[in-house]
Design a protein around this ligand. Structure first.
Ligand code: PLP
Length: 361
């Protein structure tokens, strides 16, 4: 089998041999009792992971489709999009293309989304939906959901809250019911440590009720259709069954590790990466207090030759991240999620250190 470098990019992330093996489990039919057992098992595991009694839906497509599932089933009046990086910006674009009334709250990249700014916008009364990205993968910024939850509960209880947790779900503790998140979405290629092309979401009952009143939402992403099938632990369309076997395995691993251990391990890995960067005279790209727990975004203050480091790491079998889009070379990101454990991280940074030494930095 062809051998590729170990991925140290923030998605798709490295998939371990153990998981790769599970993905090749013999296929089962999608209208059989065995798939319902499998789906039920996953749904219960995800509920536990997200501290929720909400419905959990698994979908066989990228998370981008779930952005549209969220908005198509909720927006009547207008959607406020908080934009603080590439993915939150694309989500707003998707809403514009869907023809919704859209307004944006725009931040300099590197900043977190703030409750007081949301308050200012929502007070106009023009919106029934708020959409934001919890963990902006493009900048390594994690926003504070607690403050936004308090704001919505106290002043805007009717607003439907949609949260993209693509690079935080399964790596960061998100208490869906306590926070009151109506729609939380993720795809599997980040902190879940599975291949891309599969996604999942938690959906509140009031969102499903609201969906019933929405016109022209199509069929493929209709929450009512999903609800009907998931009440039988089935999917509306033929799903990617290997991903389901993979999810089951990841949930078993999470259960063995323990949720609290998992959350604190990710915090430890982020602290370790941050210290590594600071000890090398670099600084952190995110504003203070908004550093992600699943990836560390480092400003290249030392003006290291990132392309050279990238090539040398590749020679050693590692695929490095060189920064998102226009930030290439000016920042670089270290992922610590999915199948990247502390031993993988230290192995990677040790190789990076050797190369930095070789380049006389
Ligand atoms: N949201 C965030 C925060 C992401 O990082 C990404 C992908 O990197 C996406 C959404 C899009 O995910 P997908 O490629 O599964 O549609």
């Amino acid at each position: 089998m062809e051998d590729f470098p170990k991925l140290f990019i923030p998605g798709p992330t490295h998939v371990s041999d153990e998981i790769l093996h599970v993905l090749s489990t013999k296929q089962i039919g999608h209208r059989t009792p065995e798939i319902s057992i499998l789906i039920k098992n996953i749904v219960n595991g995800v509920k536990e992971l997200l501290y929720t009694n909400n419905d959990i839906f698994l979908v066989s497509h990228a998370a981008t489709g779930l952005w549209e599932m969220g908005t198509k089933n909720s927006v009547n009046e207008g959607v406020l999009h908080c934009i603080n990086g590439a993915f939150s910006s694309k989500w707003a674009l998707s809403s514009e293309k869907n023809g919704f009334f859209v307004d944006t709250l725009e931040y300099t990249w590197g900043c977190g989304v703030k409750a007081e700014d949301i308050d200012r916008k929502l007070s106009s009364g023009k919106f029934d939906v708020l959409a934001m990205v919890h963990n902006e993968t493009s900048t390594g910024v994690m926003s504070n959901l607690e403050e936004i939850s308090s704001l919505l509960k106290s002043k805007y209880p009717d607003i439907i809250w949609l949260v993209d947790a693509v690079s935080s779900m399964a790596g960061v503790k998100i208490e869906v019911d306590r926070l009151g998140i109506d729609f939380l979405l993720s795809s599997t290629q980040k902190a879940w440590g599975l291949p891309a092309g599969f996604s999942l979401c938690s959906v509140s009952d009031r969102l499903i009720q609201k969906s019933k009143l929405i016109k022209n939402k199509g069929y493929f992403l209709d929450l009512e259709v999903y609800k009907k099938y998931y009440d039988k632990f089935q999917t509306p369309t033929t799903p990617s069954i290997p991903h389901m076997f993979g999810l089951k395995k990841v949930l078993e691993n999470i259960s063995k590790e323990g949720l609290d251990n998992r959350w604190s391990r990710h915090i430890k890995m982020s602290k370790f990466s941050q210290d590594w960067a600071l000890n090398h005279g670099q600084s952190l790209f995110p504003e203070n207090g908004c550093e992600s727990y699943t990836l560390t975004c480092i400003s290249n203050d030392q003006q290291w030759d990132i392309n050279k480091i990238y090539e040398l790491l590749l020679d050693r079998g590692y695929r490095m991240d060189r920064g998102y889009g226009n930030f290439k070379g000016k920042v670089f990101r270290i992922p610590h999620m999915g199948n990247i454990y502390m031993s993988d991280l230290t192995e990677y940074l040790k190789n990076m250190d050797d190369i930095l030494c070789q380049l006389k930095y």
